[in-house]
Ligand binder design. Structure first.
Ligand code: GUN
Ligand code: FE
Length: 439
């Protein structure tokens, strides 16, 4: 049946193309309009010209607010939703003390289904419309997340964690089981609706050579699935990898030997890489997920954005919940900015915005579907109220430039700035309705 065309009037900002020239290429419509039909963006432009072109559209007036593309979180863990904010450990003991126990609970499918819902609600209320998500070793935990995402037509990228050693025995699979379950999940979910699959070996220490080889076989067979894992996050981790894989030429080479370094491979962290590894990542067109709140929380180190740019490596921003301390991508850029200040090379607000929208989408080769507001892409977008409380109303002028609004919100903001989150042309989260329901 014919669905009504909608015109959403607001200030609008997005990057329509892939670029390194953020100031020049950001597209801003101060009095703009987004045209939505069904699950798709039909057009974007100035309000007056859109109103003339679509005279019959139903008008929603969001004047004074900003419409932005839905945000992309390129690395996080849904089974760690309840392990945020645990005191005292760095990576390896944090995994043992907090993470593995939380993941064991996902053997229970009802628990997985419950946390999947809570997790997706956290994404929505923070404006995130696509996540690259680690589940647990249990194939059923991936099923639970794909099902919950499918219910709201959300584009989720996820995969079953593969690990066959150096973790509790009830969290271990085997090389053969990891391969079979991952292949089954690909057949069932990859490109089904908006879902996409990511082969997900947790990290080198928890996979045997035989398991990495088995996953590498799938990577060669299914060239359009994603790969996600962790890389060079922590000094003790790196030393451990060196002792476990003595013949490899560094951490990245462990993955490279098994055909896991390629386009659509997303490596979490990459804080302590050497020159050769940077160059290899750039040449392979792989992506690093920069997770500043996690890197600060676990004391892992300060990501080197300048080195990434110099080596032409794709970078995307990510929360890494539950080592990350927030689901909010604006705040995540706020911490990326602080990390870059400690290196005396501040990441600009427009680059920060790019790294959670078009830049991330392009790195993942998904920018014909998400990351921008171009005609023909999915209608995944957010409505932001910049002046959501007394302080932001004082700090942010009504007519402030987008880059200044974005920066102030990245330092001062939280989920209260997200008025609405739309996915596939449907409003899936409304702050007002959420508050009314709680009252
Ligand atoms: N390395 C291996 N597993 C994990 C994890 O769950 N979180 C983080 N931050 N690093 C890891
Ligand atoms: Fe992680």
């Amino acid at each position: 049946h014919a669905e009504a065309t909608q015109l959403l009037r607001a200030s609008i900002a997005h990057f329509p193309t892939t670029t390194l020239n953020f100031d020049e290429k950001v597209e801003i419509f101060t009095d703009g309009a987004l045209i939505v039909k069904g699950n798709t963006i039909q057009d974007v432009g100035d309000y007056l010209s859109m109103h003339t072109r679509y005279p019959d559209a139903v008008i929603n007036d969001y004047s004074g607010k900003w419409i932005l593309p839905g945000l992309i979180d390129s690395h996080l863990h849904y089974p760690q939703t309840q392990s945020i904010a645990n005191y005292g450990d760095q990576l390896l003991s944090w995994l043992e003390n907090y993470t593995f126990p939380a993941e064991m609970a996902f053997e229970d499918e009802a628990h997985a289904a419950h946390i999947a819902k809570v997790f997706l609600n956290q994404l929505l209320k923070n404006g995130t419309t696509t996540g690259f998500v680690f589940t647990t070793v249990h194939a059923s935990s991936s099923q639970a997340l794909f099902r919950a995402a499918s219910d709201i037509n959300m584009a989720i990228v996820a995969g079953k964690v593969c690990m066959d050693r150096h973790c509790p025995s009830n969290l271990q699979d085997t090389p053969a089981l990891a391969q079979r379950e991952s292949a089954d999940l690909i057949d069932e979910w990859h490109n089904k609706g908006r879902n996409k699959y990511a082969l997900t070996p947790r990290f080198a220490p928890t996979s045997s050579d035989a398991q990495l080889a088995a996953i590498g076989e799938l990577a060669s067979q299914y060239t359009d699935v994603f790969i996600q894992t962790h890389l060079s996050e922590n000094h003790d981790e790196i030393a451990w990898v060196k002792s476990l894989f003595p013949s490899a030429n560094g951490y990245l080479d462990v993955y490279d030997k098994y055909n896991l370094v390629r386009e659509r491979a997303v490596f979490g962290h990459g804080i302590h890489l050497n020159q050769e590894e940077w160059e290899r990542l750039g040449e392979a067109r792989a992506t690093i997920a920069f997770c500043p709140t996690s890197n600060l929380f676990l004391g892992s180190g300060l990501f080197n954005m300048e080195q990434a740019r110099a080596s032409n490596v794709h970078v995307a921003l990510a929360t890494d919940v539950g080592a990350g301390t927030t689901f909010n991508m604006f705040k995540t850029y706020g911490d990326a900015y602080k990390v870059s200040q400690l290196r005396n090379a501040p990441i600009s607000p427009l680059e920060g915005f790019y790294l959670m929208t078009q830049g991330a989408a392009a790195a993942h080769k998904l920018d014909d579907e998400i990351g921008n507001l171009n005609p023909g892409t999915a209608a995944d977008f957010i409505v932001v109220e910049p002046r959501f409380d007394e302080l932001t109303a004082l700090r942010i002028d009504k007519d402030a430039l987008f880059k200044d609004v974005f920066f102030a919100l990245s330092i001062l903001g939280d989920d209260r700035m997200i008025e609405e989150t739309w996915i596939s042309g449907q409003c899936c989260y409304s702050k007002k309705e959420n508050l009314d329901a709680m009252a």
